[in-house]
Ligand binder design. Structure first.
Ligand code: NAP
Length: 252
């Protein structure tokens, strides 16, 4: 299947590790004009080297933190200076923030800023050019809607789902789609180093909770993201699509 992504400008945030990194490699292989964003420049250079070594164009490196107030405009300016506009935005910068239920405001402010506000604000910085082009694909990497306890990211990602649905209804006639993908357990930096550091515990968790029987790889997200980014996915909009090896049990 030709996904018709050749030459389309795409930005992936959180591209230095995990899902963003795997997705960047797939979009590069599909021929996107790619920009990759994160805070750790050396890791972005590594991703760019790997993409080049696989025979694809070297991506533009945007070495920015998504949190500061001026970040969306700084990212947009670097992207537009290189590519003129943006067709595809993959919001993958983020992270789990499990906290005691009575934690104070600072943790909530940080977690909501990273997992909701930064995504909304960057999208707003780019969506006007998508409207002008009559083409836009916004793909948000979100997360579980089944809290095990209090986690700022759960609340932020639920907010992304509701906001994305609203945006999909507002922008549907402009050729723009906006969808959200909650991963189940995908091998990434936070999963390997923070959430499930012990390989034996990981195997036991997969055995008990994941019908597929194993943790997914970033490319399991990236393949669907490439499809959603393509013109072929024009009629999929405002959706929440789980990529989890069957882990979620609710049937709607
Ligand atoms: N993996 C899973 O199973 C899973 C499950 C549920 C939800 N998710 C969600 O999926 C998304 C991607 O997570 P992942 O698992 O791939 O995580 P990861 O491997 O830990 O990667 C997180 C990425 O976000 C970037 N990032 C974090 N804070 C940033 C900031 N302030 N500015 C710019 N970049 C920032 C990191 O880059 P730098 O540190 O270099 O900036 C890194 O590239 C997150 O929203 C996460 O909550 C993942």
């Amino acid at each position: 299947m030709d996904l018709q992504l050749k030459g389309r400008p795409a930005l992936v945030t959180g591209a230095s590790r995990g899902i963003g990194r795997g997705t960047s490699k797939i979009l590069a292989a599909e021929g996107c004009k790619l920009a990759i964003c994160a805070r750790r420049k050396e890791l972005l250079e590594e991703v760019a080297d790997e993409i080049e070594a696989e025979g694809h164009a070297r991506p533009l490196i945007i070495n920015e933190d998504v949190l500061p107030e001026d970040a969306p405009n700084k990212i947009r300016d670097q992207l537009f200076n290189a590519f003129g506009h943006c067709d595809i935005l993959v919001n993958s910068a983020g992270g789990s923030r499990s906290i005691p239920w009575d934690t104070g405001d600072d943790a909530w402010d940080e977690g909501m800023s990273l997992n909701f506000e930064a995504i909304r604000r960057l999208t707003m910085a780019l969506v006007h050019s998508m409207r002008e082009q009559k083409y836009g694909r916004i793909i948000n990497i979100t997360g579980s809607s089944e809290p095990k306890g209090v986690n700022v990211a759960n609340a932020a990602k639920a907010a992304i789902h509701a906001w994305s649905k609203g945006m999909s209804r507002a922008l549907g006639r402009d050729g723009i789609t906006i969808n959200s993908l909650p991963p189940g357990r995908i091998m990434s930096e936070q999963i390997i180093e923070r959430v499930h550091p012990d390989p034996q515990e990981r195997a036991a968790f997969a055995d008990m909770h994941i019908p597929a029987g194993y943790f997914g790889e970033p490319e399991d997200m990236g393949n669907l993201i490439a499809f959603l980014a393509s013109p072929l996915a024009r009629y999929i909009n405002g959706e929440v699509i789980h990529v989890d090896g069957g882990m979620r049990r609710f049937a709607f």
